[in-house]
Design a protein around this ligand. Sequence first.
Ligand code: HEM
Length: 357
Amino acid sequence: MAFAQLSTLIALVFGAAQFVAAAPPRKIRCADGNVTSNAVCCQLFPVVANLQENLFDGAQCGEEAHSALRLSFHDAIGFSIHGGKGGGADGSILAFNDTELQFHANGGIDDIVAGQFPVFQTTNLSPGDFVHLAAAVGTANCPGAPQLEFFFGRPPPKAPAPDLTVPEPTDSVDAIIERFADAGFAPDEIVALLSSHTVAAADVVDVTIPGTPFDSTPFTFDTQIFVETLLVGTLFPGNGSQSGEVLSPIPGEMRLQSDFELARDPRTACLWQAMINDQTRMQTQFKAAMAKLEVLGQRNLVDCSDVVPVPPPFRGQAMFPATFSRRDIQQACQATPFPTLETIPGPETSVPPVPGS
Ligand code: HEM
């Protein structure tokens, strides 16, 4: 009898726990009809619309969206888990741009700062909230991207980040891993974050060829970057090139020395290869690493992720570029077989530059 009563009690308690777990998240309807989980997030919907119209050319995955994502990284990585290296994801790169734009690693960032500043001034957001909201919204314009999280409520930045916190393409893998570890990121998270180079182009690595993309599909958040960085190639003689560029076998494409080396380093090569054609893995791991990046150095933020637009899906497959095949891959991970990919039919083509760069 006593046992029966106890089991009934357990069933009731367990049932109640299940009920609580199954309860749908609370939703607030804002005055403009948008729905969010927290009333404080309502003020962000007009900012999202403002960004799409006045910064991202009507929700495009173009140069501004790419650069907004890069800007969020260069802002946030000015941080150390050991202290003394800046306020992290605090918008200091926007607020103290006079200082931070002088840093060598921030070459090319001036355009997006100039583009964001007037839009920022039309909002009531802190610089940090603005920079990291813009990154999440810009990324959402790229088909195949995950819907990034956005946490709201950063105070104004106190000071510029110090120089030498942003990795450079000429850095060794040891130096890159060390810098990311100092900011709290493991090698797997570096690979995950570098999914971002699937929507990227370089303006200042080689100023004679602005807008040169890192993969053949710079407007799609696909896994193509992980294939193309593994295509045959060699470092420049000596210890890499001066600029951080490695010749790509694909005409019109640029390869960063750092991406080339991370794709082949034993600490990062297996995840690099595993990302190929695994859109879900890339989305999940990139989203998780970005969620960590965008709150570096921040506390007491409110989850406003539901203001971030849902990105269009990518339903294609990773492919070998035309005329390339498995023979052209420099496989660095021996633990798993290289995925089977088809080759884009037709003759070799050149990748056009990203307009607006
Ligand atoms: C080892 C770490 C990294 C290095 C060495 C690196 C280096 C670079 C360089 C040299 C460029 C081209 C700049 C130019 O010439 O205009 C670039 C572009 C870019 N990077 Fe990275 N990056 C790194 C990590 C990241 C991370 C973690 C993110 C974001 C999470 C990111 C996002 C981007 C984007 C989106 C672009 C393209 C910007 C545009 O097209 O305007 N990068 N990166």
